[in-house]
Design a protein around this ligand. Structure first.
Ligand code: GRF
Length: 194
């Protein structure tokens, strides 16, 4: 991450697909003086993502790509990132798997938040599987993105207790709350090492 050293905040893109609560939270964090990031681009694969409305309200440039229809969308995104001089990417509820080539181009500069204690429960429907297996603990993980899904180096994790009375709604709420604390912490951890 040596290239990221400097007095200026790191121009960062957030990739979203849905609600965007992590986007909102990271935006709030980015506005703090001590924050190492500045959010200057939002990318979404879903034009109905609620997070786009937030980006609009904060006048953050946003781009929407249809990954299914547009075979060249990753190339276009790379172009957007170049134009905005983006040096760091946070995936926040982004539901598309990026290609190996894309990840290679941004090697070590893409991070993701996943709602489980990785390496347990990679992939989708984590809370459902956690409840079905009657786990006593779950949580969230911030990790570097590698070409293998949810398998890159772990930056930080937070454990959360799962109770018998927990439902999908209560568990996801509880974990999302912790995600909002963990994501900024993980970003600070990365950049404090530079
Ligand atoms: C979060 O639980 C995140 O961990 C997962 O998708 C959810 C996105 O939530 N990958 P939001 O769109 O940031 O509100």
């Amino acid at each position: 991450m040596n290239k990221l050293i400097g007095p200026k905040k790191i121009d960062t893109a957030i990739f979203i697909s849905g609600k965007g609560s992590n986007l909102k939270n990271l935006y709030k964090f980015s506005k703090l003086k001590i924050s190492p990031i500045n959010i200057s681009l939002v990318i979404s694969n879903n034009r109905n993502a609620k997070g786009l409305l937030f980006a609009k309200s904060k006048k953050i440039e946003k781009k929407v790509y249809n990954f299914k229809q547009d075979k060249n969308c990753e190339k276009k995104i790379l172009n957007d990132l170049k134009k905005k001089k983006i040096n760091f990417i946070c995936l926040a509820g982004f539901m598309k798997i990026l290609s190996k080539e894309f990840i290679k181009k941004f090697n070590g500069k893409i991070i993701n938040i996943h709602p489980s204690l990785l390496p347990k429960y990679k992939g989708l429907n984590t809370h459902k599987r956690v409840l079905e297996n009657q786990e006593k603990f779950s949580g969230c993980t911030v990790h570097f993105v590698s070409s293998k899904l949810d398998s890159g180096k772990i930056i930080l994790q937070k454990k959360v207790r799962v109770f018998k009375k927990d439902s999908l709604v209560s568990l996801s709420k509880k974990i999302l709350k912790q995600e909002h604390i963990l994501y900024p912490k993980a970003i600070n951890k990365i950049f404090s090492k530079c």
